[in-house]
Write a protein that binds this ligand. Sequence first.
Ligand code: PBG
Ligand code: ZN
Length: 334
Amino acid sequence: MFDPAAGYPTHRPRRLRGNPRLRDLVRENVLTRDDLIYPVFVYHGSDVSREIPSMPGQRQWSLDRFGEVVDEAADLKLPGIMIFGIPEHKDARGSAALRDDGIVQEAVRLAKRRAPELLTITDLCFCEYTDHGHCGPLSEATGRTDVDNDATLPLLVEQAVSHCRAGADVIAPSGMMDGMVRALRAGLDGSGFAHIPIMAYSSKFASAYYGPFREAAESAPSFGDRRGYQMDPANGDEAVREAALDLAEGADVIMVKPALAYLDVARRLKDEFRVPLAAYNVSGEYAMIKAAAERGWIDERRIVLETLTGFKRAGIDMILTYHAPDVARWLQRG
Ligand code: PBG
Ligand code: ZN
């Protein structure tokens, strides 16, 4: 190990910075197209391709138009898409999420037909499907209105198995219910889907950065907030414990969400567990860059590439980002 006190002769770090080829040689982290997953929104109805006002460049797609964004992702050779669905009918239990002909299930079928090599990763949760906007059915059993953790688990399994029957390649439970990974692993194994990996949203924080997404997915809670199940942004040790639990329960990939304000958490998880690590560069992070770029206040391309390269430096292996198509295009051009 380099010890500055010993008078190591390389006390002129600039020697390695003057020549661009040398800079290439000593570069520690490289962002590539293969690191990216593109989150997309499928909306009920027909002939919908509607830009989300707080997420410039991102759209809600009805199934009959969804092929356009599938083709874009496939043509750019992105590794995968993360599919979110906004159903027509919401109810207290989110039952639209469980139908084999549900919106995400149909979107998966369409994507696999159209671009078999493109990974379909499905977000597993109920907040887009419940009329109250919480991530599972509610109960009063604890003396306050709360998501019923244990009643949510079999519903998540049902949703996951239905996604897998449609052809989902990876499932990504995002609801932060206790025991969800264990229940899902057992449920998938028992239904012939032992080969399907689980990408667990292990440390998902109760964040204000989700605002634009909730507009896009029409999934804002109608009362209260999600602090009873998502994590307190102040906690890092707890994120390590949550990831340890998910790994013990059978998670194949763990995730940190959001990304920018939580890169310390990402680094801790990478150092602690050395397992594949994902980060979700969420809607609010995207919106901030787009807003400043639209005003001409920042150089969008350089800011995005710097940001995502920073994620790699923090130990993140795969990045869920709405910037994915732009990044793929920028990196193509070299
Ligand atoms: C909910 C969910 C959220 C996001 C994806 N799924 C957050 C929330 O509403 O609590 C946020 C993604 C983003 O902001 O881009 N299960
Ligand atoms: Zn949710």
